[in-house]
Design a protein around this ligand. Structure first.
Ligand code: PLP
Length: 423
């Protein structure tokens, strides 16, 4: 497609966008002047769908009217409430329904999954991560290594970008696995890196890791709801994600976990257990059957009964993803929207900033990370004052994530105008 920097062209792209009406499904925060913000931080906290309030209210109403009976007789019975989000979540990550469970929050899920899948031995205790990894993941990984009696600084292997580059090359990750694979117990990579926006070649890294006997876990915080995923076919061992970024399910929303079917069906795996991971058929035998019987699915990693009020928003959000045609339709718009932003940034052609996100659309999601060479904080403050919500990552990176569900081409155009004015 021939792109143009003209405002009319941005309007035309919006007019031709089959998903344009989905924007109306969301509450968009307003500036002091009553104008909607150009909201480019769906990678941090997604916007609230207008339908979400009713889903939460319903559960409050059921609690008020039915109390304990709502477990089995509520409008959506709480006892099996998590079943209603299983299939839509599985569709988003490319998994079978039995491979997915919505539970807890992201870092907690990483720990629970590592309790099973990080089983270090003296000769193989290292964990390969990307740099920079999200701090919570680094803390989780280091504490796991220490928890098993090893030294954190000897246990972490980092996949880095080459000098002068910003994204780690797949062939370099493969080379690291070739060299150190037999010391690496676990590869824990992001699907999409929070800082650079790089979308890793998960299938290729997984194949390389498996060749060397390493387990592969993927943190999908910035990938789920952003890029198409095929966790089952890619043969990933486990994955976890949060639901408040691209999944628009609200602060601290219930997170998700994936366990590949070959492990999910394996009742012999060691795991941290609680009653909600027990086979529902015998869950309430309580004192009569004290032996834990894991349900043969990802559910066996669940521990507690789920927080219904934090799970209700998932239902309204997932319905929107399904209605929009799922990740395939959203990705088609996303590639255009982000490609258009990249084009406009190229047009500015300024030496004042560098986009550190890969240029290949297959190697990124919707986010572009803009490294500002001069006065990055001032630039960020000016954008904010002009009605843009994006975010700043120390020391000098502005992240902008136009999302296909609620951002427009015209917003992207205005954002680029502001950047051109203020840099
Ligand atoms: C957002 C994010 C988290 C947040 O963890 P919580 O447990 O949800 O607080 C963790 N890891 C990554 C990679 C993230 O992007």
């Amino acid at each position: 497609m021939n792109l143009s920097p003209d405002e009319d062209f941005a309007r035309q792209l919006d007019a031709e966008d089959p998903l344009r009406h989905f924007r109306e499904r969301f509450h968009i925060p307003l500036t002091k002047d009553g104008q909607p913000y150009i909201y480019l931080v769906g990678n941090s906290l997604g916007l609230m769908p207008k339908t979400t309030r009713a889903f939460v209210d319903q559960e409050l109403d059921d609690w008020a009217a039915l109390a304990v009976d709502a477990h089995l007789e509520g409008s959506t019975p709480w006892y099996s409430y998590h079943e209603t989000v299983r299939e839509p979540a599985a569709r988003l990550v490319g998994a079978g329904p039995h491979e997915v469970v919505c539970m807890n929050s992201l870092t907690v899920n990483l720990h629970l999954l590592m309790a099973t899948f990080y089983r270090p031995a003296k000769s193989r205790f290292k964990i390969l991560m990307e740099e920079p990894a999200f701090p919570s993941d680094t803390y989780a990984v280091k504490s796991q290594i220490v928890h098993h009696g090893f030294a954190a600084k000897e246990g972490v292997v980092l996949a880095r970008a080459r000098e002068g580059e910003f994204a780690a090359r797949t062939e370099d990750i493969e080379a690291t696995l070739e060299k150190q694979g037999d010391e690496i117990a676990l590869v824990l990579l992001a699907g999409v890196n929070f800082f650079t926006g790089q979308f890793f070649d998960i299938a290729r890294v997984t194949a390389a890791a498996h060749k060397h006997g390493c387990i592969v876990g993927i943190d999908l915080a910035h990938a789920v709801g952003n890029v198409p995923l095929s966790l089952h076919d890619w043969d990933v061992d486990f994955a976890a994600w949060c639901s408040y970024k691209y999944l628009n399910s609200g602060p601290g929303a219930v997170a998700g976990a994936f366990v590949h079917e070959r492990h999910a069906m394996n009742r012999e795996l060691p795991r941290l257990a609680g009653w909600w991971g027990n086979d529902p058929a015998t869950r309430f035998q309580m004192q009569l059957l004290p032996e834990f019987v894991p349900v043969p699915s990802a559910d066996s990693w669940a521990i507690s009964n789920p927080p219904i009020f934090s799970m209700a928003p998932l239902r309204s959000s997932f319905a929107i993803f399904d209605e929009a045609g799922g990740m395939e339709a959203l990705r088609a718009k996303s590639v255009k929207l982000t490609g258009y932003l990249e084009f406009l940034l190229d047009q500015i052609g300024s030496g004042a900033f560098t986009v550190i996100t890969p240029r290949d659309p297959q190697a990124r999601g919707c986010q572009l990370s803009i490294l500002a060479h001069e006065h990055p904080k001032e630039l960020f403050a000016k954008l904010e004052a002009a009605g843009v919500k994006c975010d700043f990552r120390e020391p000098n990176v502005i992240r902008a994530a136009p999302t296909p569900l609620y951002n427009t081409f015209h917003e992207v155009w205005r954002f680029a105008q502001l950047l051109a004015q203020h840099h």
